[in-house]
Design a protein around this ligand. Structure first.
Ligand code: GBH
Length: 491
């Protein structure tokens, strides 16, 4: 099937959206500029600096708050079609609730958006990339049954303010990381470590919040604004370690737990949480003495409300794991999502490592992940909303491992297009170095290096920036392309 030269997309379609991605807390700085409210990353980094590898924070980050024109200049240098960024909820609503909209916060995002549009760069806007207003966290955050209402009200303000110009909306970035890492574990703010139910209570309220924002957009804004509203889920490929029945089943359960609890309610035909995994959690919960399943079910009405509530499936994809039913199991707390899944993960030693411990170059992983989702969910529209590679600062301009990664990834994208996956865009993570959450500034994902010690937060293109620029302008991957200058230019 894959060697029919006449059918092969050797080039990316002209209307394929090439972009880069960032997130508010990771780049903006201005943590208390004007009337911005405190968020959970401000609170955690200020009160628990030891949880961040280099004890740093996003107080200043790349100072996009003051450097947004330089950011857009970099987008023009790269020749981007689109740029994905996120809004800081507490910069727009200092009180978390929608009673007061910050003029300064809205003005900042208007300036950023208008500067992009002046140069024909399409904004793709994420409403929530992990920086919840602290006040809402104090009220329970995603575990509160009020969460869907808070999120709907915030979304209304955002669509009202920016929806005349923004046509691509993403409600949440990576529900799994929000719920599992922030509520069920200690890998993201608010580091609750409520292993038994944290992940699952969060999951249900997040999915309901997404659906409310989707329906509000669909009913009240889409008719006049005409955009699309979706969600971004992290989907790394989880394949079986061997062909045994047991490993095939183990990989299926792992996929259901990792992204299925978010994707299945929205994108599957029947709706609701994934069947087999729900049964496992219900059974274990009963054995553990819980009066009902730790994974709460949707009511029939909720299930219908959520089912189909998305115009596209945003995928953040980085790597792959091989799943084993019996081997390579970790030492997880019981009860927890990991103990519920109860499978092992294996990473072949020959997969080239990035600077981040979890990130390896896994062959064909985009193709494996997207064709799987395409088949399972009946061919939805996809955007790859993140994909990228980390290195250490010391590696500097010569980021050949990043270049190799991007070329491999984009070849896998071409394979998807050839296989009939409705994939319409690709956002590289990241435009520039930024605050890498618990890893602080020790892991660098940027096409541009950022000098965080300089007052201007000077941005300098790495070799990969020139390679990506060449791919975008030629709509093709030339495996031999070598930039002949280190000086960037605008075409
Ligand atoms: C994305 O998450 C984020 O959206 C983005 O903000 C971030 O900067 C970027 O990736 C790079 O990390 O130590 O084994 O528990 C990617 C998905 C999943 C990556 C969990 C880090 C921790 C793995 N993330 N992970 S582990």
């Amino acid at each position: 099937v894959f060697c029919d030269a006449a059918l092969r997309h050797d080039r990316f379609p002209d209307d394929f959206l090439f972009g880069t991605a960032t997130a508010s807390y990771q780049i903006e700085g201005g943590w208390n500029a004007d009337d911005k409210g405190e968020n959970i990353w401000d609170r955690m980094t200020h009160t628990r600096p030891e949880v961040i590898k280099d004890r740093s924070n996003g107080d200043d980050a790349a100072d996009t708050y003051n450097n947004y024109k330089r950011d857009v200049e970099m987008m023009r240098e790269l020749g981007l079609d689109a740029y994905r960024f996120s809004l800081s909820w507490s910069r727009i609503l200092p009180n978390g609730l929608a009673n007061k909209v910050s003029e300064a916060g809205v003005a900042f995002y208007n300036n950023y958006i208008n500067e992009m549009l002046a140069y024909n760069i399409t904004p793709m806007v994420t409403l929530y990339h992990w920086d919840l207003p602290q006040k809402l966290q104090d009220l329970g955050g995603f575990a509160s049954p009020y969460f869907p209402e808070w999120f709907e009200n915030y979304a209304k303000v955002v669509f009202t303010q920016f929806g005349d110009r923004v046509k691509y909306w993403i409600t949440f970035n990576e529900p799994r990381e929000i719920c599992y890492q922030g509520y069920g574990y200690v890998e993201k703010a608010p580091i609750l470590n409520i292993t038994d139910v944290g992940t699952y209570y969060c999951a249900k309220n997040l999915v309901l919040g997404h659906a409310r924002a989707y329906h509000v957009y669909n009913d009240l804004f889409k008719p006049t604004q005409g955009g699309e509203c979706g969600i971004t889920i992290s989907v790394n490929w989880m394949g079986p370690l061997t062909d045994s029945e047991e490993d095939l089943y183990a990989a299926e359960i792992k996929r259901q737990a990792d992204w299925g609890i978010f994707a299945e309610p929205i994108f599957s035909e029947q709706g609701g949480f994934p069947k087999e995994f729900s049964e496992i959690v219900a059974k274990k919960s009963a054995e553990q003495g819980y009066p009902s399943s730790r994974l709460p079910a949707f009511t029939e009405e909720e299930r219908e409300y959520v089912r189909g509530a998305s115009d596209f499936f945003g995928v953040n994809h980085y790597t792959a794991n091989l799943i084993s039913a019996n081997e390579y199991k970790g030492n997880w707390p019981v009860p927890s999502m990991y103990a519920d899944v109860d499978v092992g993960t294996y990473v072949p030693p020959e997969w080239v490592p990035a600077a981040s411990s979890w990130l390896k170059l896994a062959p064909n992983s985009i193709f494996n992940a997207l064709t799987h989702l395409h088949n399972r969910y009946n061919g939805p529209v996809f955007y790859i909303t993140e994909n990228g590679w980390s290195q250490l600062l010391e590696e500097g301009y010569e980021d050949d491992s990043r270049i190799a990664y991007y070329r491999a990834a984009l070849n896998s994208v071409l394979d998807c297009l050839h296989a009939g996956v409705d994939l319409r865009g690709y956002m590289a993570w990241s435009l520039m170095d930024n605050f890498e959450w618990m890893q602080g500034y020790t892991e660098r994902f940027g096409l541009y290096e950022v000098d965080f010690t300089s007052p201007q937060k000077t941005r300098t293109p790495r070799k990969s920036a020139f390679v990506y620029k060449h791919i975008i302008s030629t709509r093709a991957i030339d495996p031999d392309y070598e930039p002949d200058t280190r000086t960037m230019w605008i075409d």
